[in-house]
Design a protein around this ligand. Structure first.
Ligand code: ATP
Ligand code: MG
Length: 343
């Protein structure tokens, strides 16, 4: 039986964080054995809100790819490719942009949340939100459909983008014929990991993430600053672990002791400092192997480049074939026909 096609993407705007690993990465690791898997390094999308900082995006293409390899993404099973190097995606984006209204894009909950976050972080009045940024869901529909993606693993924050893609596909097919596939979202078991500040989402651009490349000292500082129950003042005050980010992360990396942590916290039998120190120790233990692999790839950038090149070449072949079908359906395949006459 043919394997189903999976496409997912990640923006090269920073390194992988715990939110990626537990929210998305673990699912990717399971899926890479079962599906034909395309993993896009979405540099074009990263440029929509980082256009003024090309070196950040460039550097992070390599950082992110080596992070992905370090958590166990296997390039023999997954086509890891660079979005900007597949021109067909840009072409599709132009055609799809006629099939979406501006009002619909502004109503997209993901776009709405991200614009609100930008305003909160950078204090801008919204005037500086670009056409490219508001339109990135259109570009994401092009990403998915270029590879005839059937399943799209995403975090909860991205579900409305899949819905937007499905609408574009339906519209396209109703006008031009049954060419594109409507993708389904694939939610991981933990679709959203919270940030250090207690925010519902840990995010690269939100300043609330613990990155897999963070060293011992950085992890110590971040965990020490994590949000805990504000009612707990003294070491032996009882507290509510459910509103404590330290307990929340114990659940991720210290599953074997999590019940003890919870009970002791509720009884006031453990102080926050001790609890945070234990968490720091567990996080460092957890990251040991990932850090070793990361060190290897930092020493061997040529391997990372070769993996990206091969993944991009393989992905391009599929996109070219989709584009041929799309152009034929849209009657813009002028010279293809001419070529056929020559044969
Ligand atoms: P940025 O702030 O630049 O948007 P990000 O941290 O949101 O970065 P993305 O590259 O946008 O990361 O997302 C990559 C994938 O990881 C998406 O599928 C997204 O849903 C998922 N993801 C990101 N953050 C989390 C999180 N905190 N919990 C679960 N999944 C997440
Ligand atoms: Mg994001």
């Amino acid at each position: 039986m043919e394997k189903k096609t999976i496409l997912t993407g990640i923006r090269p705007t920073g390194n992988l964080h715990f939110g990626h690993l537990f929210g998305a990465g673990k699912t990717w690791l399971e899926l890479q054995d079962k599906y034909d898997f395309y993993l896009e390094i979405a540099d074009v999308q990263a440029l929509t809100d980082n256009f003024h900082n090309p070196s950040k995006v460039h550097l992070n293409v390599f950082e992110l790819t080596s992070d992905l390899l370090s958590i166990g993404i296997d390039p023999k099973k997954v086509h890891i490719f660079i979005q900007s190097q597949i021109p067909e995606i840009a072409e599709l984006t132009v055609f799809y942009s006629n099939l979406v209204t501006m009002a619909r894009l502004y109503r997209n909950p993901t776009v709405k949340t991200e614009i609100a976050q930008k305003k909160a972080l950078f204090g801008n009045d919204g005037e500086s939100v670009t056409y490219g940024f508001v339109g990135y869901p259109v570009s994401q529909a092009a990403d998915i459909t270029a590879f005839k993606g059937e399943l799209v693993p995403v975090g909860e924050d991205q579900l409305p983008l899949i819905e937007q893609c499905r609408e574009i596909v339906r519209k396209f097919n109703s006008i031009y014929g049954d060419i594109l596939k409507e993708p389904e979202p694939y939610l991981s078991k933990t679709p959203r990991i919270k940030g250090l500040d207690g925010n519902e989402k840990m995010g690269k651009s939100l300043g609330n993430a613990i990155f897999l490349v963070d060293d011992d000292e950085t992890i110590s500082k971040k965990v020490m600053s994590a949000v805990t129950d504000p009612q707990k003042i003294k070491k032996d005050d009882p507290a509510n672990p459910e509103i404590c980010m330290v307990y929340y992360y114990h659940k991720l990396v210290n599953q074997e002791n999590v019940e003890t942590v919870c009970e002791e916290c509720k009884k006031g039998a453990r102080g926050c400092v001790q609890c945070k120190k234990e968490l720091i120790g567990k996080m460092n233990e957890f990251l040991k192997e990932i850090r070793e692999k990361k060190h290897y790839y930092r020493e061997h950038p040529e391997e990372v480049l070769a993996i990206l090149k091969k993944g991009t070449e393989d992905a391009r072949k599929v996109a070219v074939s989709t584009m041929r079908d799309v152009k034929e359906a849209m009657q813009i395949d002028y010279f293809e026909k001419e070529n056929n006459h020559d044969e």
